[in-house]
Design a protein around this ligand. Structure first.
Ligand SMILES: [Zn+2]
Length: 438
């Protein structure tokens, strides 16, 4: 219940009007000039930007980028308001280092919620029953989806299966039977565990019958993984959004499983390898630089997200905002025997070629040894494993440029490979370092 005054209600309506007018297209220059001026003014009140020169758009375009590291090192210096003015307090759960404190004013919550809700409006039609299997504590992800459902007026329930003392798998299955959700918001790792569990118990036909769509968020998900999950559930599976706790949501899914930039709430630029920054081109690739236009508790100008993205894919869904493909960070890749393994490439092999319900990569410290361990699906033909291993090796040579020293099949992988905690990096959850003798 964040709307507790006429002012806040009017802000919801104003945000809705502005976003419906400018999102799903590329707004005019005048719109950005106005929004960036306001953002600059707010930034002037922070310690981090206290030395800002007089504003002009030309000055803005010459301003040094702010790195994620700067933000993480001195998070308080980017705050515009004291903690007691916040409506919500969150922390980011970065894959490295300390959590970043992230207070949010009502303005932050309202603008981000409305922007995402308007982007997902077609995906969440009237009377859609929404199940939110995301964590509620400390991180904002479940609150955001709840806010979107409230704004759109869709019935919804939160049920994170790891809320000790409240919710577990048995409770969740009963809840699904009563509530019969059509759309499920879920982290990829939790989706793996849930799918496996209901198939083990023979409940898949019953529980998947009403589910038409799964919206994945909280962790990286790949297209081959989504396709595999879609077949298990006979549902459409989408990568729901892209963004971070520091910036708010930067792109949201359309029905064609593409991510469209949220152009009404962010000003995007692209950094080249030589560090030059240019306004967002129609097509091309580089590191995404963003100035969020409606951050109030914290301000950041020209934040280098560190994420490599590609632009230029056309989408005929009706959303005219640019489509991006996030190829991740160079630092997220793992080098093994000269091959650079990325989550996308590995999952193309694993989920593209097999029915495995999970995987683990084992390497030694120098990266000279590589073993692939696959988790057998509930129904599985063990006699076909040798043939499957051959197929995997062939596909790995082509896609990864690597042949595995060993391919193993196990009945169950450790739960850490399907963390679903929205905080583990791929490297931590799906890699294990072993001694040279394996
Ligand atoms: Zn689209």
């Amino acid at each position: 219940m964040i709307i507790n005054s006429g002012d806040r209600l009017r802000l919801v309506e104003r945000a809705g009007t502005e976003i419906r007018e400018h999102q799903r297209s590329v707004p005019e220059r005048e719109f950005y000039l106005r929004k960036i001026t306001d953002t600059w003014r707010r930034a002037e009140g922070t310690e981090a930007y206290s030395e800002l020169p007089e504003y002009s758009f030309e000055t803005f375009e010459k301003l040094d980028v702010t790195s994620k590291n700067q933000l993480k090192k001195a998070p308080f210096s980017f705050l515009t308001a004291p903690m007691e003015d916040a409506a919500k307090y969150y922390e980011t759960t970065g894959t490295t280092g300390l959590p970043t404190p992230t207070p949010r004013l009502a303005e932050d919550v309202i603008w981000n919620t409305v922007s995402v809700a308007e982007a997902w409006r077609d995906l969440l039609p009237e009377k859609e029953r929404v199940l939110i299997m995301l964590p509620s504590d400390i991180v904002p992800v479940a609150d955001l989806v709840v806010g979107v459902c409230e704004y759109l007026g869709r019935p919804h329930a939160r049920a994170y299966p790891f809320a000790t003392g409240i919710s577990d798998w048995d409770r969740l299955i009963e809840l699904c039977r009563s509530f019969r959700p059509n759309t499920v918001f879920i982290a990829p790792g939790v989706a793996l565990q849930f799918s496996r569990l209901i198939r083990q118990r023979g409940l898949a036909p019953e529980l998947s019958a009403g589910v038409q769509r799964m919206m994945l968020l909280g962790e990286v998900s790949t297209a081959p993984f989504r396709a595999r999950l879609g077949r298990w559930w006979d549902a459409s599976v989408l990568d729901a959004s892209y963004g971070s706790t520091e910036t708010g949501t930067l792109a949201a899914a359309c029905a064609r499983d593409r991510l469209h930039l949220l152009t009404a709430t962010n000003y995007f630029e692209l950094a080249g390898e030589d560090g030059t920054i240019r306004p967002l081109p129609e097509s091309g690739s580089g590191r995404l630089v963003v100035t969020p236009l409606n951050l109030h508790a914290r301000c950041v100008l020209r934040l280098d997200t560190g994420d490599d993205v590609r632009l230029g894919t056309r989408c005929d869904c009706g959303d005219g905002a640019p489509v991006i493909e996030v190829s991740g960070r160079g630092s997220d890749a793992v080098a093994v025997r000269g091959a650079k393994l990325t989550v996308r490439a590995v999952e193309e092999v694993v989920f593209g070629e097999t029915e495995a319900t999970g995987y683990l990569l084992e390497t030694d410290a120098p990266g000279t040894f590589a073993r692939l361990i696959l988790e057998r699906d509930v129904c599985w033909d063990r006699a076909g494993e040798a043939l499957m291993a051959d197929r995997l090796q062939h596909s790995s040579r082509e896609v990864l440029g690597l042949e595995w020293d060993e391919v193993l099949f196990v009945n169950q992988l450790p739960a850490s490979t399907k963390s679903g905690a929205s905080q583990k990096s791929w490297k931590r959850s799906n890699f294990r370092l072993v001694g040279a003798d394996g």
